[in-house]
Design a protein. Structure first.
Length: 124
């Protein structure tokens, strides 16, 4: 079992992710980039971060940049979640060091596949 930090400003995405990922590991949820950085500074680092790109205040891209500047956090795999559906956004996510990109609304199969692929897990 591993720990996943979900950073998304929409409660419905937390509910959906919790249902999808209940057998994948421990899900820790926060609703902003600022809260994600606080959580990451106070607790043991997660095995993976799932992060929305568009959030009020600190965007997912800005949060990712801040995480990548921290030596202890810079290697945590990060997968962006977004409703944006264009090649430019995907390229920007990958350029920021993301390991993946999942479009919303995400399917259970797609989300679990990319998480398992990123963490090197075999399908259950």
């Amino acid at each position: 079992m591993y720990t996943i930090l979900l950073v998304d400003d929409e409660n419905i995405n937390h509910i959906i992710a919790k249902r999808i990922l209940r057998d994948e590991g421990k899900l820790v949820s926060v609703f902003s980039g600022e809260k994600a950085l606080k959580k990451l500074s106070e607790e043991e680092a997660p095995d993976l971060i799932l992060m929305d790109i568009i959030m009020p205040g600190m965007s997912g891209m800005d949060t990712c940049r801040a995480i990548r500047k921290e030596e202890a956090l810079k290697d945590i795999p990060l997968i962006f979640l977004t409703a944006k559906d264009d090649a430019e956004t995907e390229a920007a996510c990958l350029a920021e060091g993301a390991k993946g990109f999942v479009r919303k609304p995400f399917s259970p199969e797609e989300l679990t596949r990319i998480i398992r692929d990123t963490l090197g897990q075999e399908d259950a």
